[in-house]
Design a protein around this ligand. Structure first.
Ligand code: ADP
Ligand code: ZN
Length: 216
């Protein structure tokens, strides 16, 4: 099963993708994480991407598609992938189509997380993650069970993304509205879209997605 999780920044794509990964052995493909890893490693691609990402803008299609293509060639994606944060533009949607065709892969569902925009700024400015294993948390909605200790790996180090501030979030939401939302009708026409209420608590959103994947 290969799916795309689509929705504005803060909708819960990363949160749901990591649950599906843990529960179903699917592979989460976050182009944002791949790019941030390239930035941290100081690779050529990373250096190009850094300035653009710090401003909340979109990295060029060529760079992102190249990173994704390499990732799709690794063996683990055979157990099913979850694309999280890609495609973001009509051009990327077309590139994805070509990539999948070339590699003999297909999409089963595009799951849209539907959320209220006011909630997004609140979610994004409150989010942080474990610096060691990457588990996601939130100041109000998902605190570690033991304060200051990661539930998953026990680390005491956490980090926040530099672009998770209100000004950048507003810019990313505008980008989503202008460039990403317009690709929904394309998937709609192919009968791939399934809508899920992303305002529900994390566990309920997860159940709704599981039901779709189980074909209910
Ligand atoms: P995205 O990957 O779509 O940008 P995230 O998965 O990082 O979004 O979620 C943004 C923040 O909101 C995270 O801190 C996460 O813990 C929190 N969050 C995610 N889903 C929900 C939800 N259904 N209810 C409340 N908070 C949520
Ligand atoms: Zn951890």
């Amino acid at each position: 099963m290969n799916i795309i999780l689509l929705g504005p920044p803060g909708a819960g794509k990363g949160t749901q993708a990591s649950r599906l990964e843990a529960e179903r052995g699917m592979v989460q493909l976050s182009t944002g994480d791949m790019l941030r890893a390239a930035v941290a490693a100081g690779t050529e691609v990373g250096l190009k991407a850094k300035a653009v990402m710090d401003a909340g803008d979109l990295v060029s299609d060529v760079i992102v598609t190249g990173i994704l293509s390499d990732r799709l060639d690794q063996d683990d994606v055979a157990s099913g992938f979850i694309l999280d944060g890609y495609p973001r533009t009509a051009t990327q949607a077309e590139s994805l189509e070509r990539l999948l065709e070339e590699k003999g892969m297909k999409l089963d569902y595009v799951i849209e997380l539907v959320v209220d925009e006011d909630a997004l700024v609140d979610r994004i400015t409150g989010r942080f993650s474990c610096a060691v294993c990457g588990e996601g948390y939130h100041d109000r909605y998902k605190r570690p069970t033991v304060e200051g200790t990661c539930d998953v790996c026990g680390s005491h180090q956490f980090k926040r993304r530099p672009d998770d501030n209100e000004e950048t979030v507003r810019n990313r939401l505008a980008e989503y509205r202008a460039k990403t939302a317009p690709i929904l009708p394309h998937y709609e026409a192919r009968g791939l879209i399934r809508r899920v209420d992303g305002m529900a608590p994390i566990a309920e959103v997860n159940e709704a997605i599981e039901a779709i994947l189980d074909g209910h």
